[in-house]
Write a protein that binds this ligand. Structure first.
Ligand code: CMP
Length: 227
């Protein structure tokens, strides 16, 4: 597939005309990343915007006491690395490829030119940033006000929306997550995630199939944290 056709599939660029995509193509490079390969580390200078053409990326940090904090799992089609390009600070978090795939890359100088030429891109970036801030605020609220069961239910709903595929059995979360990953996403211990996953399974809200989670009732999970 040509790079211009790949770009047309990505929400960040899908409002650009064929002509604009072809001009952009000359400035895009791509690289295949293996599973667990780091893309960049927190604090590094940001020179590049990344777009996930295939695979999945984890945005995360290590806390002062050595625990991993997972900020987000990003699926195919999402972009990352825009913050340090926009504010000139170092990378705000680590990025690691967790499912092998191809990343498309746009250098900072070309990104800035794109922002001045293509208002469609600016409005898409602002809308994604708005959603990410909303999610981060809701996450803070959840940490302050919800117990582990409600936080886990909320996280499973978010993962279903971002990484879910509808199957006859329910929504299958395509990202392969360990209980430790879930614990790092919701600020809980692996043991309490284990206990609460069992609780959700016993209530037939979720099941496990070949290392993935199948969600049977997003509505019932949502009720557990939106009372
Ligand atoms: P940057 O700071 O350059 O490097 C880390 C990247 O992680 C950042 O840009 C964003 O693209 C991404 N990122 C940071 N916070 C979030 C978040 N809350 N949700 C999704 N992505 C994020």
């Amino acid at each position: 597939m040509s790079i211009a056709r790949m770009l047309a599939r990505v929400p960040l660029f899908d409002k650009l005309t064929d002509d604009q995509l072809q001009r952009l193509e000359a400035h895009i490079t791509s690289r295949y990343y293996r599973e667990n390969e780091p893309v960049f580390r927190r604090g590094e200078d940001g020179e590049t915007l990344y777009i996930i053409n295939s695979g999945r990326v984890k945005i995360h940090n290590i806390s002062d006491d050595g625990h991993e904090i997972i900020i987000a799992y990003l699926p195919q089609g999402e972009f990352f690395g825009e913050m340090s390009l926009l504010d000139g600070e170092g990378r705000s978090a680590d990025a690691t490829v967790i499912e092998a795939g191809e990343l498309l890359m746009l250098h900072r100088s070309d990104f800035i030119v794109c922002l001045s030429r293509y208002p469609q891109m600016v409005s898409h970036i602002l809308s994604v940033l708005g959603k990410r801030i909303r999610n981060a605020n809701a996450q803070l609220d959840s940490l302050a006000h919800h117990n582990v069961t409600a936080r886990l239910a909320r996280q499973i709903v978010i993962l279903s929306q971002q990484h879910g595929v509808t199957t006859p059995e329910g929504v299958r979360i395509e990202a392969r997550l360990t209980q430790q990953n879930l614990a790092s996403l919701i600020g809980a211990s692996r043991e309490s995630v284990n206990k609460n996953m069992k609780y959700l399974r016993e209530r037939r809200l979720i099941t496990f199939r070949k290392g993935t989670i199948i969600v049977h009732s997003i509505k019932s999970l949502a009720k557990m944290y939106s009372i």
